[in-house]
Design a protein around this ligand. Structure first.
Ligand code: GTP
Ligand code: MG
Length: 353
């Protein structure tokens, strides 16, 4: 999974990137900063304590900072356009984290207007891609050349209707998820999470209060608020110093945990777990993924040779304390090809090679 931090210049994208990725694990590549976030998961921690494996591996989400979302001025007015080179780089992203500046001492920041400006640009960008395709189709029709298949044309027409009536494609999930649209990679068809980047003094202010103050959310978008600066410092502290720092500032949960949880939710993601003396690990799948497909995330051979999945829910495992105890209590289930893996399932796959 890949998510991109986007936002106006100087809104705090790099700072938020540090708050998510932590120190020393990022690299720069052209217009993007690339980093990896370990998906915080207490269950993996607990399994590692029990199994003491050689490796403990968390699920991961790739985070990129788009370093040049906008050319031109801050206000989203004339000359402020999405860089076409960047648009291509944003195509493979699964979701967007829209950072907006809400930390101006002089009260000059306008997070609501800034978010709206970017959203409108994203809509405009989608509309331009769409119009270009439809215009080309019309010419091809006149020339008697091959044209867009009917379903695809229908899907594009629905997108145009949404955008022209001022809505995001994602507001109609049945349209946003149409397979015919996949190659277009419309920006507004994907989840957008807004992060209001507030001042240090507000690091511990309840989020409801911050949202109210800044008149957020915009367009009903999922919105979170945190002080990126403080959160970045928090990630750069040694583990044992974090709790005191958080308590002093009134932070109950690091922003990275909340943001990742919201990304998971927005994308319909869940994690399943594998255990052993070599490795305890969490794996990311979409909700509803069937057992063989989930096995394929671990290794394609396991998917090919899938026989069955031996499954225990993490909560039951934790309550009973060990796999043996769970087996004895009859909590181990044998599941077949039609089983939809659940969040927190601990799975041993049986397979033929
Ligand atoms: N006071 C305060 N300053 C912040 C906060 N977040 C970012 N800044 C400052 O704002 C400036 C811009 O932050 P960046 O994180 O570099 O913003 P950016 O969006 O990556 O900027 P560009 O990549 O240049 O568009 C820097 O001087 C930061 O130190 C914050 O939460 N509080
Ligand atoms: Mg930056």
């Amino acid at each position: 999974m890949k998510v991109a931090l986007i936002g106006l210049p100087q809104s705090g994208k790099t700072t938020m990137f540090r708050a998510l990725v932590g120190p020393g694990v990022s690299k720069e590549k052209g217009l993007l900063n690339l980093g990896i976030v370990k998906v915080p998961d207490k269950r993996v921690e607990k399994l590692a304590q029990i199994y003491n494996p050689k490796r403990t591996v968390y699920a991961q989400i790739e985070v990129v900072e788009a370093t040049a979302v906008h050319k031109g001025d801050k206000k989203g007015g004339q000359g402020s356009t999405l860089d076409p080179a960047l648009l291509n780089l944003l195509k493979p992203m699964d979701a967007f984290l829209l950072v907006t500046r809400a930390f101006d001492e002089e009260g000059l920041c306008e997070p609501r207007a800034d978010v709206e400006a970017i959203i409108e640009e994203m809509m405009l960008s989608d509309l331009m891609v769409l119009e270009a395709r439809l215009e080309r189709d019309e010419l091809d029709r006149k020339k008697g050349k091959s044209v867009i298949p009917a379903e695809e044309l229908d899907a594009l027409t629905k997108c145009r209707e949404l955008l022209e009536s001022g809505r995001l494609i994602a507001e109609a999930p049945d349209v946003a998820n149409l397979a015919e649209l996949r190659t277009y990679a419309f920006l507004t068809a994907r989840p957008i999470l807004v992060i209001a980047n507030v001042a240090e003094a507000d690091a511990g202010t309840p989020i409801e209060e911050l949202l109210k103050r800044y008149d957020l959310p915009v367009r009903g978008l999922q919105t979170f608020a945190c002080c990126a600066q403080i959160e970045a410092e928090l990630q750069e502290l040694p583990d044992d110093e974090r709790p005191d720092f958080m308590e002093a500032l009134g932070i109950t949960e690091p922003a990275v945990n909340i943001v990742i949880e919201q990304v998971y939710k927005a994308l319909g993601l869940i994690s399943f777990l594998t255990t052993g003396e070599d490795e305890c690990r969490a794996w990311t799948i979409r909700k509803g993924t069937l057992a063989p497909k989930a096995a394929g995330v671990v290794h394609s051979d396991i998917e090919k040779g899938f026989i069955r999945a031996e499954v225990i829910a993490y909560d039951e495992f934790e309550a009973l304390g060990s796999e043996q105890a769970a087996k004895k209590a009859g909590k181990y289930r044998l599941e077949g090809r039609e089983y939809a893996v659940q969040d927190g399932d601990i799975i041993h796959f049986r397979f033929n090679v």
